[in-house]
Design a protein around this ligand. Structure first.
Ligand code: GLC
Length: 455
């Protein structure tokens, strides 16, 4: 099959969050299964120019632009392309999950739709990710494109809302609802999200972010497909970012990684104290408020804490906490090497998210032998709590503290801790399984009319 994969980020070109990892790994896995996959990324400022392979005149309402598609070469068997206006200078790389550059993303979607009906391209399926390309399935339908469309929701909280004035200017009236994600949900042949549990949650008003009714209306066309982990990249036995390597059966290196993390964090180098890490975007979704609200109590636990992440609003509070408590350290950093060293150097991995569509970080932590302590929501309920691969809690602060306390106790029981850690490291959430599920969604289903014709 020929698949077009449309995304706003892909690691290592541009990474804001988990979508960047997914966009790197899922197309790779599909390519390994014999498909031809072309990946399309906006041409943000600062990205290489690439080799121009197509030019398109794109119109959206009263806005018109000349677009260029540039070949960025082969990455793990996947062809990468950047797509942007020829004269573009203002499309900045995204720095957080914000609904910005709406008009640019509408034009990007239109360009990709036009490309999909151009001779020489014509994919069998177009896989769209998040609100940025929510307009794409809608416009492909308008162009009568003979391909299947799949929309994957990585985070329902961001929808690409636009006011009437924008709708008029970009010619969006007539595509349905006033937000780009809703357009995608309405018009894609199949809608997915990144775990079954989050799918179920989003069907209720509590987690549906106003779109639960629309999602319910898609019935069986809305499914959960659990993300995987790229174990070629996330591998403590080969990870180039670690001070030394280790793996199941050869764990001496983990102690070195821990000592190195303690040193780099300005913490006492004590092998026996459990080290608890948090790695993630410092935003409300990730449970950062709960973490800060509990910091006084957390700091009294017999453990060390290392927090890694960026997010304006919360950075100051963590800096203050790190200055005040001798067992709390903060790295205001979102670069990959720091994250990897935190996975490898920690014993427990804390993910107290308020909601979590999949939650890749705890899955990665497992591979590095850092036992996750998660709030029982979304994908983390499915992968960590239900499997017993880590510890979990619901709701409030007392529960978080109690569960961490439990984790620390377990850490002290050497033998059984080693067993828990080994089990975590051996667990696998592979992309192959997900790729197979998507493959099925890319294939055309027989419509009732076609079935009748055959009869
Ligand atoms: C978003 C979600 C996260 C998920 C990732 C990749 O960042 O918040 O839960 O793992 O997308 O799908």
């Amino acid at each position: 099959m020929r698949i077009h994969f449309a995304t706003s980020e892909v690691f290592p070109f541009v990474k804001v969050g988990g979508l960047g990892d997914v966009a790197q790994a899922l197309p790779k896995s599909l390519a390994r299964r014999g498909h031809r996959v072309d990946l399309f990324l906006p041409r943000y400022t600062g990205l290489p120019a690439g080799r121009a392979v197509a030019r398109l005149e794109v119109a959206a309402g009263t806005t018109k632009a000349r677009f260029e598609v540039a070949d960025q070469g082969d990455h793990d068997g996947v062809r990468y392309f950047t797509v942007g206006t020829a004269e573009q200078t203002t499309w900045e790389r995204p720095e957080g999950y914000v609904e910005k550059n709406l008009a640019s993303f509408v034009l990007f979607s239109r360009a990709l739709a036009q490309l999909a009906v151009s001779p020489g391209w014509r994919p069998d399926a177009v896989h769209c990710n998040d609100w940025h390309v929510g307009h794409l399935p809608a416009h492909l339908r308008r162009l009568d494109a003979p391909c299947r469309t799949v929309l994957t929701i990585h985070n329902l909280a961001y929808q690409g809302l636009f006011p009437h004035s924008v709708a008029d200017r970009l010619g969006l009236t007539g595509y349905g609802a006033g937000n780009l994600l809703a357009q995608g949900i309405t018009h894609a042949d199949a809608v997915t999200t990144v775990s079954d549990r989050y799918r179920d949650e989003t069907l209720s008003p509590l987690h549906g972010c106003g779109l639960d009714g629309l999602l319910r209306s898609r019935g069986e066309d809305y499914t959960g497909v659990l993300n995987g982990v790229d174990y070629d990249h996330f591998h403590p036995g080969t990870d180039p970012h670690l001070p030394t390597r280790y793996d199941v059966g050869d764990m001496a290196g983990k102690a070195v990684c821990k000592a190195e993390l303690q040193r780099a964090s300005g913490l006492p180098v004590t092998p026996d104290l459990p080290l608890i890490a948090f790695v993630g975007r410092l935003v409300k979704q990730k449970g950062v408020e709960l973490l800060l609200d509990s910091i006084d109590e957390l700091a009294t636990l017999d453990a060390q804490f290392v927090v890694v992440g960026t997010g304006e609003r919360f950075e100051r509070a963590f800096t203050r906490a790190a200055r005040f408590y001798p067992n709390v350290a903060f790295h205001p950093d979102s670069a990959e090497p720091v994250a990897r060293r935190a996975y490898a150097g920690s014993d427990l991995f804390l993910a107290p998210s308020e909601f979590e569509p999949c939650g890749l970080a705890p899955l990665i932590a497992l591979r590095y032998g850092s036992v996750p302590v998660v709030r029982r929501v979304g994908g983390m309920a499915q992968t960590i709590a239900d499997t017993g691969l880590g510890l979990s809690f619901t709701g409030a602060r007392e529960r978080l503290l109690g569960t961490l306390w439990d984790g620390i106790e377990r850490y002290r029981c050497g033998q059984s801790w080693a067993r828990l850690r080994d089990r975590a490291m051996r667990a696998r959430f592979t992309w192959d399984e997900a790729a197979e599920r998507y493959e099925r969604l890319y294939r055309p289903v027989e419509t009732d009319r076609e079935k009748e014709r055959v009869r």
